[in-house]
Write a protein that binds this ligand. Structure first.
Ligand SMILES: *[C@@H]1O[C@H](CO)[C@@H](O)[C@H](O)[C@H]1NC(C)=O
Ligand SMILES: *[C@@H]1O[C@H](CO)[C@@H](O)[C@H](O)[C@H]1NC(C)=O
Ligand SMILES: *[C@@H]1O[C@H](CO)[C@@H](O)[C@H](O)[C@H]1NC(C)=O
Ligand SMILES: *[C@@H]1O[C@H](CO)[C@@H](O)[C@H](O)[C@H]1NC(C)=O
Ligand SMILES: *[C@@H]1O[C@H](CO)[C@@H](O)[C@H](O)[C@H]1NC(C)=O
Ligand SMILES: *[C@@H]1O[C@H](CO)[C@@H](O)[C@H](O)[C@H]1NC(C)=O
Ligand SMILES: *[C@@H]1O[C@H](CO)[C@@H](O)[C@H](O)[C@H]1NC(C)=O
Ligand SMILES: *[C@@H]1O[C@H](CO)[C@@H](O)[C@H](O)[C@H]1NC(C)=O
Ligand SMILES: *[C@@H]1O[C@H](CO)[C@@H](O)[C@H](O)[C@H]1NC(C)=O
Ligand SMILES: *[C@@H]1O[C@H](CO)[C@@H](O)[C@H](O)[C@H]1NC(C)=O
Ligand SMILES: CC(=O)N[C@H]1CO[C@H](CO)[C@@H](O)[C@@H]1O
Ligand SMILES: CC(=O)N[C@H]1CO[C@H](CO)[C@@H](O)[C@@H]1O
Length: 839
């Protein structure tokens, strides 16, 4: 442990060292040979034929805007391998046309429907595949949503790790089933946009395991092909250079077999990134001269110098190619050959193949329509993700007996939603259906609430009025007082820090509505007793006044529903779709109630911003439970148009299978082919025409090395050690030790629809790990459609992992001896039944 301790001191100089780590954080784990896996065999045959520079080409992007995609790797022309095309983002293909704009991840989460999450993933995969894209840069569970104001929370699946893990796994399976590699991002702790490029997040071992790493474990278990390391630092070291999170946690403990790519520009060194487990540098350029890249030619030099062992480079290449052969080239979806059939960098039909060099003008945009029938699933998710937060006097669903309807607010209106780049519009004359930044896509169209509701009204012969004055309250009041029902549409937005709206640099500056929204609600409610509020927001806003206002009869959160926004909300308002959305985050009465999780807007030391997470595992509803705080609406909350009763909770202990015989050691690191020591063999071939400013893998000089190897002394010898390594106790399979996923108990409960309408109940299962804490955590859910009077038995499995806590000493999951209770109910606070677990 002595060498380990000094290693820790070296890399975590001001952090607390772990004790008894059985396996250091070096070397970077390699994928073990799997001779039963056809993808492994194909990759082995392919990589074995590659020269050093060809291998390096696979690991390094060709540079920002060099090719047609957001990211593109080098190619291997000798073997007809065209390289990989990587594109944003998590809700649709960004920077192209004739694509769909799907509901955001936060809406997929709010459906609490594994089936809809999967279908959304499949449809996304079909669109990326149809454009000739190899890697979709999503889904995201980082940020997880520690702070409700986090700019990119809406791209992911809400602030509960269990729900986020399900969202990740279902999306990944859907996308990859359609022949596109998914990318789980951003790994890890990129919880805020302010200072994201330098923020040092200092996090304890238990919190990272039980909260932030959890959804990534589900992603790895689902077979995700790639992971994107994030911009921030973790315990003093940049994420993409961090041997603890990449070598130890991701590749060691979680057994990740795909490749790790850097976020765009998140790589900072040649050796640090290579030896800590990075496999692909994106976008490839941005490093120092002469190569203008941290990898490319600089990595070729590092391998020739021996600073990066051949096995490490070979493992990078294998991880990329196994993934490619497993997911892309084996796809049953027809994939046009020859790379993408669009360019991210121009909307014109003719344009440069090589955008940064403005050369090779061809028909670069084929304008392939990939939308198919995806509008249907988009509309279904838009409706089923709508969370009915309040419905007093049963004002909803609306029916033909309503004598008139007024729609009020900018946020209901039709407009050109693509009129501002990155969806960062101020002022915004129309409805909002996604956030801003790189997690966006261009809308093919956007159905506004006003147009959809107006169409409904005309078919039901209900007089319809529409007004837009967010700032002109007298007009809003005049209109609202004349209608029998007034529907107010209000919004807030959030996004990524490279664009700023109204001073919101990605993260929201406050938790109130934008554009005078609160005043508009109050004005309308002051005169109309059937005021319905619809919210398009990236997360919670402070709405206690509306929740308790007698004239605000209904409140619905519609999130960021995508292109079918208006149809989706109309389906719920008029009762064509039963509301089944449940809030994937907690709505506090006041901001302080969330705990010490505020965004660091102004760092004490702006050059070295750092952040601890003092709340530990207690984010969102867990914090409220621990501190006995009452939220306005809790995590998991959502009303229905009918009512459900819960009965007959039973816990069945399953047979505990024998522990699996795990391999205790890996084999030694394999190498594929040989690397010539002859420097001339790695020079640019004679007569090769460079495309400026492409990043290439070739040596700049054949007489000696140009880059410095000075920093190799920063690394312990273990960083280059390719001999057999111990397998971590919590490891041994994709997603960790396979035993963690064994079902130990099955919880059954009967649900009955005791109302007069059909409806969908979202049954939720929470676990209390220890009686000394009031905190319960989500560990299961199911979507249960029921007709009036119908009753169903629902079975919810509980795995070893679900019942475990992370033990920092043993570095393993452990079911503590504390008594544990199972709670089943309709939200994190609306618990209907409980039972103790027979341990
Ligand atoms: C391709 O997919 C088929 C069907 O799922 C599977 O049997 C086969 O092993 C896969 N091949 C590769 C190279 O992954
Ligand atoms: C590396 O990729 C670039 C860009 O695709 C290509 O021009 C070059 O020939 C490749 N180099 C090797 C060694 O294959
Ligand atoms: C590459 O493609 C060309 C043209 O289709 C073909 O003639 C050649 O055999 C291919 N080479 C390899 C190594 O597959
Ligand atoms: C990271 O820092 C935290 C807080 O200082 C500490 O508790 C934890 O042990 C550190 N992790 C590692 C791997 O050093
Ligand atoms: C392409 O068109 C979209 C939608 O109108 C627009 O948002 C985007 O800025 C355009 N991109 C370029 C490169 O002109
Ligand atoms: C790019 O090339 C085209 C065609 O050669 C030319 O018309 C255009 O001006 C160039 N654009 C820039 C920015 O150099
Ligand atoms: C309309 O009818 C429904 C039942 O169909 C009833 O619940 C609701 O209160 C009525 N609304 C109005 C405004 O009369
Ligand atoms: C909150 O931020 C939004 C957007 O910048 C702004 O419109 C609103 O006025 C702010 N709210 C308050 C109370 O300052
Ligand atoms: C509710 O609306 C009625 C008009 O129908 C109005 O008289 C009353 O003041 C409103 N209540 C509140 C609390 O604003
Ligand atoms: C080194 O490689 C170059 C180019 O491939 C070749 O011409 C030369 O003969 C090689 N030198 C030795 C010593 O093998
Ligand atoms: C590489 C690729 O995706 N090519 C397709 C682009 O779109 C045309 C249709 O216009 C297809 O024929 C290509 O196969
Ligand atoms: C140090 C060195 O040799 N740099 C060369 C690298 O290649 C570029 C372009 O080919 C030359 O301009 C540099 O002199």
């Amino acid at each position: 442990m002595k060498t380990l301790f000094s290693l820790l001191l070296l890399f975590f100089p001001s952090g607390e060292a772990l004790t008894d780590v059985p396996f250091g954080f070096h070397p970077a784990p390699w994928i073990s040979p799997d001779l039963h896996d056809p993808a492994y065999l194909l990759a082995r045959d392919f990589v074995s034929q590659l020269t050093l520079t060809e291998k390096v080409n696979l690991t390094t992007g060709t540079g920002w805007e060099a090719d047609r995609c957001i990211g593109a790797t080098g190619s291997v022309p000798r073997l007809n391998f065209t390289g990989l095309c990587l594109m944003d983002g998590p809700l649709g293909v960004r920077y192209t046309d004739l694509n769909s704009a799907f509901p955001a991840g936060i809406n997929a989460a709010a459906t609490f429907s594994r089936g809809l999450m999967r279908k959304r993933g499949e449809a996304l995969g079909e669109e990326f595949n149809g454009k000739g894209i190899d890697v979709m840069l999503g889904p995201a569970s980082g940020p997880l949503g520690r702070s409700p104001k986090g700019g990119r929370n809406w791209e992911g699946f809400g602030s509960d790790p269990y729900l986020a893990g399900v969202g990740m796994a279902e999306t990944i399976k859907g996308v990859q089933d359609r022949g596109v590699v998914a990318c789980a991002k951003h790994f890890i702790l990129n919880e805020q946009e302010h200072y994201r490029g330098s923020m040092d997040v200092r996090i304890d071992d238990r919190t990272i395991h039980e909260v932030y790493l959890w959804p990534f474990a589900d992603a790895v278990r689902a077979g995700v092909g790639s992971v994107m390391c994030s911009y921030n630092k973790v315990n003093g070291t940049y994420a993409c250079e961090n041997e603890w999170i990449q070598n130890y946690l991701l590749k060691g403990e979680l057994g990740f077999k795909g490749f790790v790519m850097s976020d765009w520009g998140a790589q900072h060194t040649t050796l640090g990134s290579a030896l800590s487990g990075l496999d692909m540098a994106m976008p490839g350029d941005g490093g120092p001269p002469p190569y203008r890249a941290w990898w490319g030619g600089a990595l070729t030099e590092a391998v020739l110098r021996g600073d990066v062992p051949q096995w490490r480079l070979d493992d990078m290449a294998m991880r990329i190619m196994v993934t490619y052969f497993r997911i892309v080239s084996n796809s049953t979806s027809s994939r046009p050959s020859g790379g993408p059939n669009f360019s991210a960098w121009t909307n014109q039909t003719f344009g440069p193949l090589y955008s940064a060099s403005n050369t090779s003008w061809v028909e670069v945009n084929k304008h392939v329509n990939v939308q198919a029938d995806h509008a249907e699933i988009i509309r279904e998710i838009a409706a089923k993700s709508t969370v009915l937060l309040k419905n007093s006097r049963s004002v909803l669903p609306l029916s033909s007996n309503v004598s008139s309807i007024a729609v009020i607010g900018n946020d209901a209106q039709s407009w050109n939603p693509n009129s501002c780049s990155e969806r960062a519009c101020i002022p915004r004359p129309g409805t909002i259906a996604m956030g801003y930044g790189s997690g966006t896509a261009d809308f093919p169209y956007l159905v506004s609430p006003a147009s959809a509701i107006s169409a409904r009204c005309s078919s039901l012969s209900i007089p319809f009025y529409n007004t837009t004055p967010n700032w002109d309250l007298p007009t809003a009041i005049a209109r609202a007082s004349k209608a029998s029902v007034a529907i107010v549409f209000v919004a807030a937005t959030a996004g990524e820090n490279f664009v700023s709206i109204d001073g919101n640099v990605g993260d929201r500056n406050n938790l109130t509505l934008w554009d005078n929204g609160d005043a508009l609600i109050r004005a309308v409610a002051s005169v109309n007793p059937n005021t319905i509020v619809v919210l398009h927001t990236p997360g919670p806003v402070l709405l206690e006044y509306a929740a308790t206002h007698p004239n605000v009869s209904a409140i619905l959160w519609a999130g960021f529903p995508g292109q079918e926004s208006g149809n989706g909300i109309a389906d719920v308002l008029f009762g064509d779709v039963e509301p089944q959305g449940r809030s994937p985050f907690t709505w506090a009465a006041k901001e302080e109630d969330y705990g010490p999780v505020d965004i660091v807007y102004k760092a004490e030391d702006p050059k070295n911003p750092s952040q601890t997470f003092p709340e530990g595992t207690l984010i969102d509803y867990r914090w409220f439970a621990q501190h006995n705080l009452t939220p306005v609406w809790e995590f998991g909350f959502g009303l229905s148009y009918t009512r459900f009763s819960y009965s007959n909770l039973q816990v069945t202990k399953m047979l505990i299978p024998e522990p699996l015989e795990l391999k205790k050691e890996t084999g030694p690191a394999p190498t594929f082919g040989t690397v010539s020591k002859n420097l001339s063999a790695h020079a640019v071939p004679e007569g090769f025409q460079r495309i400026t400013p492409y990043v290439y893998p070739w040596l700049n000089s054949t007489t000696g090395f140009i880059t410095s190897n000075a920093s190799i002394s920063d690394f312990p010898a273990s960083a280059r050690n390719g001999s057999s390594q111990q397998i971590l106790p919590a490891g041994g399979g994709e997603g960790g030790n396979p035993e963690l996923y064994e079902v130990l108990y099955v919880v059954t409960v009967e649900i009955e629809n005791v109302g007069k309408r059909k409806g969908v109940e979202i049954v939720q299962l929470y676990i209390q790990h220890s009686q000394t804490s009031p905190v319960v955590v989500l560990r299961g859910f199911d979507e249960v459609p029921l007709n009036p009077g119908e009753k169903k038995l629902v079975a919810l499995p509980l795995t070893r992992r679900d019942l475990s806590n992370w033990n920092t000493d043993s570095q393993n999951w452990e079911i503590t001896s504390d008594a544990k209770t199972v709670f089943v109910g309709a939200s994190s606070r609306d618990i209907r039944l409980n039972a103790s677990l027979p341990l």
